[in-house]
Design a protein around this ligand. Sequence first.
Ligand SMILES: *Cc1c(COP(=O)(O)O)cnc(C)c1O
Length: 404
Amino acid sequence: MASEFQVSEGWEKLSSALTRQGRPAQREEGSPVNLPLTRGSTVLFPSLDAMNKQGHRRYDHEYIYGAMGTPVQHELEKVIASLEGGTDCQIVSSGLAACTTPLLAFLKTGDHCLLPDSVYGPTRRFAETLLKRFGVSTTYYPPCANAETLQGLMQPNTRVLFAESPGSHTFEVQDISMLATIAHAGQAKLMLDNTWGLGIFSPFKHGVDISIQALTKYPSGHSDVIAGAVTVNTEEDWHILRDAAIQLGQLASPDDCWLTLRGLRTMGVRLAQQSRVAFQIAQWLKTRPEVARVLHPALPDCPGHAIWKRDFTGAGSLFGVVLSSDISQGAMEAMVNSLKMFGIGASWGGYESLVLPTSGGIIRKHPVADAPQGPSFRLQIGLESPTDLQDDLAQAFEVLKNPR
Ligand SMILES: *Cc1c(COP(=O)(O)O)cnc(C)c1O
């Protein structure tokens, strides 16, 4: 099916770049294939003059002092900047830090920020506690709001328009080009949490100013690293971001950067397989009588599907399932507990399948488009056999018939 091809197409195209970038030159004599792991806080210099000269190079991706990044971190920064299509990238300690660091860098007391109602929960909490305490106000907008509504929400002091596409738990795909026009008309920066779309959505071609990644997900890919990345596309934005990141002590350990570079080598093939199987399972789930809705951007009834088709070259491995309203939360929980191929736990993007109930945990100011009624959960599809995954879900549906 053409649409199944499209969900994995973009990932397949990434593989050549992913296997070549961020490692020693291919024809270098006596060089190992992979970058050596450099651990080090102190960097030694031959003289004070040499040390002082290096000290002025904080905006270069240089090894000056461990807190400003090590060689492996700087290589990873180049690879992520290239994947995102931006000029410079800053590695930070987590995906959440990748959301909070640019917010702190580009906002000040008295400013206003627009967040999509579908934003990642901890980003929402940050806006409602720390940002609020520092005198930054926030308005939540419906993720699929049209240009007119958004224009009406912009204030003279709106300095950041934040987006996350598709949205956390509810998977609305946002019109990023339209958001960019509105943000820039009001002198605001457009920030995008592009974690789901790394490599299959080009943020800067759509007018994004600051792109955010949880490297914890697809790039590291093995559920054993926490790290984040913030990418920009102008020197001016780079200086603002870099200054804030250094002052906040943002970096990731050389080991975590090295593991993330290793994970990136296989991201293209992992996600080509995982996105294909995820879409197959999503389509199969739609045929089940127990299922009311499947929230997957490649399905025509997902909010923002037409935008996904226009802007993305693939789809991810994570999607939502809403059961029909006659199924109780307790029955859904019994079903989740009965799954054998799916781990129960937070996060996603690793090589293994996960399930996480979402009903009850979704906080929204605005009604969700075509509000899902029944209990819901989220599936992350890993590299297990597609038949095993589908069989496991089928046996779990039997549990719905006889919940304890
Ligand atoms: C997981 C996630 C984050 C946070 O990443 P951590 O590394 O777990 O802090 C941010 N945004 C999105 C969309 C995520 O899925």
